[in-house]
Design a protein around this ligand. Structure first.
Ligand code: MLT
Length: 255
């Protein structure tokens, strides 16, 4: 996996969502006092695809393998949306290596039957006619109405990020999301400090999902970011980074 490895201090592994890339965390890699490890998952951004089908465990194994290669005994795991689903799988496999958790715009529940069926038809569409249908349907869901209306620079940047996803990356992520297990008991098992962030206008994983995770995770705090949809890290970079910075300020001794 291609990655950015920037800064010094306790390591944070940032896991991006679908169908995005590590670029969604560019503003957060400026948070000082930490080492930011930002992979592009296989088939996204600048990483080549491994396979056209995958599971959350495959993605989690990739993240744990990356931590092994970098000799990280402990790390902070941060995941946005699908990155959060992967973070739950990492926690199931390697809870003793996780110093703290940052969950952004995600949920612990699995897909409903309808969402699973929609993902299967999207896989068929991508295999038949390429990735355009994914980009067109995702763009308006990732950003809130205010961003779409008034921030053409960010709309263009988001489109470029989407367009860096490969067909195999997309189908592997869709199959992994559709088959992911319920992470309710994983959320309940988390005993390390956890920050939950969500855009107030997130329509994909709305604040009610984050409120439910907040109730499940013992040592969690919840931050609802105004003026953001699903892509809090890019739509409100200062507010999001400040919330993370304040949370991390108390975690320097954990790793
Ligand atoms: C994501 O942003 O990673 C996806 O939209 C999540 C999902 O489709 O469940």
């Amino acid at each position: 996996m291609k990655l950015i490895d920037r800064g010094n201090g306790p390591p944070i592994v940032w896991i991006h969502g679908y169908p995005l890339s590590g670029r969604i965390f560019t503003p957060q890699t400026s948070i000082s006092g930490f080492r930011h490890i930002v992979p592009d998952l296989p088939g996204f951004g600048s990483s080549p695809a491994d396979a056209a089908r995958a599971t959350m465990d495959d993605f989690a194994d990739g993240i744990i393998g990356l931590a092994d290669n970098l000799s990280l005994t402990k790390f902070i795991v941060a995941g946005l949306s699908m990155g959060g689903y992967i973070a739950f799988a990492v926690i199931r496999k390697a809870a003793d290596r996780i110093a703290a958790v940052i969950l952004l715009d995600t949920r612990e529940t699995p897909d409903s039957d309808q969402v699973r069926a929609d993902r299967m038809s999207m896989i068929a569409r991508v295999e038949a006619s390429g990735t355009n249908a994914v980009f067109e349907s995702m763009l308006p869901k990732l950003l809130c109405a205010q961003t779409l209306r008034s921030n053409s620079v960010l709309v263009d940047e988001t489109r470029r990020i989407l367009e860096s996803a490969s067909p195999a990356g997309i189908t592997s992520a869709l199959s992994a999301m559709a088959s992911r297990p319920d992470s309710t008991s994983t959320a309940r098992s988390i005993k390390v400090p956890t920050l939950i962030i969500v855009g107030a206008n997130d329509s994909l994983t709305p604040p009610s999902d984050s409120e439910r995770m907040h109730a499940l995770i013992e040592h969690s705090q919840l931050n609802i970011v105004q003026g953001a949809g699903h892509l809090t890290t890019l739509e409100q970079p200062e507010l999001t980074s400040r919330a993370i910075s304040e949370f991390l300020g108390n975690q320097r001794n954990l790793v």
